[in-house]
Design a protein around this ligand. Structure first.
Ligand code: PGA
Length: 256
C-alpha cells in the first residue's frame, strides 16, 4: 500500500443515520468547510447505501471516505454482506470491531482479525476499535482489554502493514453517553497499547501506527485530548453536525 506520513486523523462515524440525500448534503457542507491541510486528515464513514454518493461528492476534496464494516470473504452466498473487494475504490478506510458490532452482532476478535486481513489485501486502511466495558473499567481492566483486543486484531498483520493500521481506543461506557474518558486515562491506555505494539514489532515500526480516542468527543473536550499523546479522534454523534465536526477538525489542526 502507498506510504503516508503520520498525520492526525479525525473520523466521523455516521453509524445508522442519514438517508442517501441527507448524507450527500452533509458531505457537501463538510466539503466547503474542510480544506486540505498538512497535519490532519479527515474521514467520514457513511452507511453502505450512501458510500457511492458520498464518495462521488467528496472526490477531489480534502475529506476521505470510510466504510463502517466489511465482511472478510471475497464474494459468494453471504446475503446482506459487503466485501473488501466491493469497497475498493469507494472507501480508503474501514472501521472494524466497533463495540456496537461486537455487542449487538456478536463480532469476535477472530472476525476482527480476518476483516483486517481482507481490508489490507484490498488496500483499504483498517480503523480497529478496542476498549473496555463499564464493568471491565470498574474492575481495573481497561489496559488489559485494550491490549488483548489489539493483539487479536493484529494476528495477520506484518511490520510492513503497520503504517496503514489505525486503532481507536473507545471505552464502551464513553460511547454516546456524553461522558468522555478523562484525557489522562485515555493516554494511559493508549500508551499501554503502544508499548505492546513496540514489544511485538520494535520501536520504529510501532511509531507508524496511529491510535485515536473515541467516545463522546465534541469540539470542547477535543482540546483536552489534543494536549495528550493521541493521534486523533473517532467521532460519533458530533460528526452528524457539520459545524461541530468542523470545529473538532480545526481544534486538532491548531494543536498539530
Ligand atoms: P460518540 O460515538 O462520539 O457518539 O460517543 C463514538 C463512536 O461510537 O465511534
Amino acid at each position: 500500500m502507498a506510504k503516508e506520513g503520520k498525520k492526525k486523523l479525525i473520523v466521523g462515524n455516521w453509524k445508522m443515520n442519514l438517508t442517501v440525500p441527507e448524507a450527500t448534503i452533509l458531505a457537501e457542507r463538510l466539503k466547503k468547510e474542510i480544506v486540505f491541510v498538512d497535519g490532519v486528515e479527515t474521514v467520514v464513514a457513511p452507511s453502505f447505501v450512501s458510500l457511492y454518493s458520498v464518495s462521488e461528492t467528496l472526490a477531489d476534496s480534502a475529506i476521505s471516505v470510510g466504510a463502517q464494516d466489511v465482511f472478510y470473504e471475497e464474494n459468494g452466498s453471504y446475503t446482506g454482506e459487503v466485501s473488501a473487494a466491493m469497497l475498493r475504490g469507494l472507501a480508503k478506510y474501514c472501521i472494524v470491531g466497533h463495540s456496537e458490532r461486537r455487542i449487538y452482532f456478536g463480532e469476535s476478535d477472530r472476525d476482527v482479525s480476518q476483516k483486517v486481513k481482507a481490508l489490507l489485501t484490498y488496500d483499504i486502511k483498517p480503523i480497529i476499535c478496542i476498549g473496555e466495558t463499564l464493568r471491565e473499567h470498574s474492575d481495573g481492566l481497561s489496559k488489559v482489554v485494550a491490549v488483548s483486543e489489539a493483539e487479536a486484531a493484529l494476528r495477520f498483520v506484518t511490520k510492513e502493514d503497520l503504517e496503514n493500521i489505525t486503532f481507536a481506543y473507545e471505552p464502551v461506557w464513553a460511547i454516546g453517553s456524553g461522558k468522555a474518558c478523562h484525557p489522562d486515562d485515555a493516554e494511559n491506555v493508549i500508551q499501554a497499547v503502544q508499548k505492546f505494539i513496540k514489544a511485538l514489532f520494535g520501536d520504529k515500526a510501532a511509531d507508524k501506527i496511529r491510535i485515536l480516542y473515541g467516545g463522546s468527543v465534541n469540539a470542547e473536550n477535543a482540546k483536552g485530548f489534543m494536549k495528550k499523546n493521541i493521534d486523533g479522534f473517532l467521532v460519533g454523534g458530533a460528526s452528524l453536525d457539520h459545524e461541530e465536526f468542523t470545529e473538532i477538525v480545526k481544534t486538532t489542526l491548531k494543536s498539530s
